[in-house]
Design a protein around this ligand. Structure first.
Ligand code: C2O
Ligand code: CU
Length: 481
């Protein structure tokens, strides 16, 4: 594969203005990704019914595994064209309140699905309609944002694929949704969180799955170029994705195109996505997808090459269209340092109700009553009154911000911003090309610079996506006005 590792997003001038820290392979130069020729054609709007409840299904060797899902198809996949309107009629038939968060979608704040912040939680038996147009192509998870450690832990999630980014069709399009389950040897759920995990790397699952199946075997045309969309919806584990048996190139991160570059491995934290183009081998041969973050590589899924071999010539993966995200104005960016740390300060999570009683905010905000983590020394919730903590930062609408994300802990944190998408610029530890990401993985002691234009007004959550970390303090609000 011959690609220029330097031409990444076409941010030459702006990047050059930055100077200072070294980053990926020197300068970034134009030209860049192909531009979509036409504004998206009029494609049909999509309406879905999502009914959250426990469903008893044959899964993981049990005839009646109690999965929590939005649909009888327990891992629903919604496909919609960019620019179309998605309407999701949500009904909550769980015994506890819930919501749907559309992770990574730059939607209006009221549709973001965060209990108390953007909407009241949807009570058992109640319904709520989400409706918004999808501005960006790519792959996005949607999931509960309430009691998430348990609701997501029990499977309450889905995948949203926004189409319209392919400059050349691929020979196949495969989705791998990666999630572990916390089960005992009889296949019954065990505690979703333990303090020993929550205060460290997270409480890991005991059983791996891809698309809610153990080591599934997929198929694709032999010799073909396959678009492989990988997404983690795990509560905590960071997978180090590796591929054996095929040449592969990265074509998108968190759904957003990059100039294809050779794939070696990639750390995929909770809610992160990676699109690869892989060249399938000869008929009958198999490609293996591994997690290398383990003493022994763990096989996640396989793809068998089927049919007569396609003749595709030298491996030259088709690029996706250029993202539609506003380019940050790096020359005029306001810099903010944001530190992710552990905290020693246990916050009492008692709130005062209007009648004078108190209640544990852990129940109301679906949070653990322990705090282990902080952002700029603040833990969520910040104080003991019945109101949300003050925003971590007040951001000026349409201003570009450059965040220096600093991890002072010995653990990894996939840091997620709602309603916006970061441009990842550089790191003091990792050499990655600039790329878009709504969830940025901070390694231990790592310092990463990201930039974005704060062009979406509202109160937006900004948190670690290791769910237990968020629920034990590493969560905050960014206010854009
Ligand atoms: Cu995918 Cu605030 O979350
Ligand atoms: Cu974290």
């Amino acid at each position: 594969m011959t690609v220029s590792r330097r031409a990444v997003l076409g941010l030459g001038a702006a990047m050059a203005a930055l100077g200072s820290l070294p980053y990926y392979a020197g300068a970034v130069s134009r030209p860049a990704l192909p531009q979509r020729r036409t504004p998206s054609a009029s494609a049909p709007d999509v309406t879905v019914n999502l009914l959250a409840k426990e469903r008893r299904v044959r899964l993981f060797g049990k005839p009646d595994f109690p999965v929590w899902s939005y649909h009888d198809d327990i891992l629903p996949i919604i496909r919609i064209a960019r620019g179309s309107r998605l309407t999701a009629q949500f009904k909550n038939e769980l015994a506890e309140h819930s919501s749907i968060h559309w992770h990574g979608i730059r939607l209006p704040n009221a549709m973001d699905g965060v209990p108390y912040v953007t909407q009241p939680p949807v009570q058992p038996g109640d319904s709520h309609t989400y409706s918004f147009t999808v501005p960006d192509t790519g792959l996005f998870p949607f999931h509960s944002h309430c009691n998430t450690v348990e609701q997501l832990g029990r499977g309450l999630a889905g995948a949203l694929i926004v189409t319209g980014d392919e400059s050349r069709p691929y020979d196949a399009d495969l989705l791998c949704v990666i999630k572990d389950w916390r089960l005992d040897e009889n296949g019954n759920f065990i505690d979703f969180t333990e303090d020993s995990g929550a205060a460290k790397a997270g409480t890991f699952g005991t059983l791996r799955s891809v698309n809610y199946k153990q080591t599934p075997m997929m198929a694709a045309p032999a010799g073909g170029d396959v678009r492989l969309r990988l997404m983690s919806i795990d509560n905590s584990r960071v997978n180090l994705i590796g591929i054996r048996g095929a040449e592969a190139a990265v074509i998108a991160t968190d759904g957003q195109a990059v100039i294809p570059f050779p794939f070696t491995t990639w750390r995929l934290g909770s809610a992160m996505r990676l699109d690869l183009c892989i060249r399938m081998p000869k008929p009958g041969q198999t490609v293996h997808i591994y997690d290398y973050f383990a003493p022994e590589p763990v096989l996640l899924a396989s793809i068998t090459a089927q049919g007569p071999a396609l003749q595709r010539g030298a491996f030259d993966p088709a690029p996706l269209y250029r993202p539609d995200i506003a380019e940050p104005d790096l020359a005029n960016a306001i810099r903010r340092r944001i530190e992710f740390s552990a905290t020693a300060k246990p916050t009492p999570n008692l709130i005062e109700l209007p009648g004078g009683q108190t209640m544990n905010i852990s129940d109301s905000l679906c949070l653990s009553d322990k705090t282990f983590w902080a952002i700029n020394k603040e833990t969520w919730p910040e104080d003991g009154h019945q109101r949300l903590p003050a925003p971590l930062l007040n951001l000026v609408r349409d201003q570009t911000y450059l965040f220096e994300l600093v991890n002072t802990t010995p653990h990894m944190h996939p840091i997620h911003i709602h309603g916006h998408t970061f441009l990842y610029l550089r790191s003091n530890k990792t050499s990655l090309p600039p790329h878009y990401a709504d969830t940025v993985l901070l390694k231990p002691k790592e310092r990463i610079e990201v930039a974005f234009k704060a062009d979406n007004p509202g109160d937006w959550m900004f948190h670690c996506h290791i769910i237990e970390h968020a629920e034990t303090g590493m969560m905050s609000i960014l206010r854009v006005t």
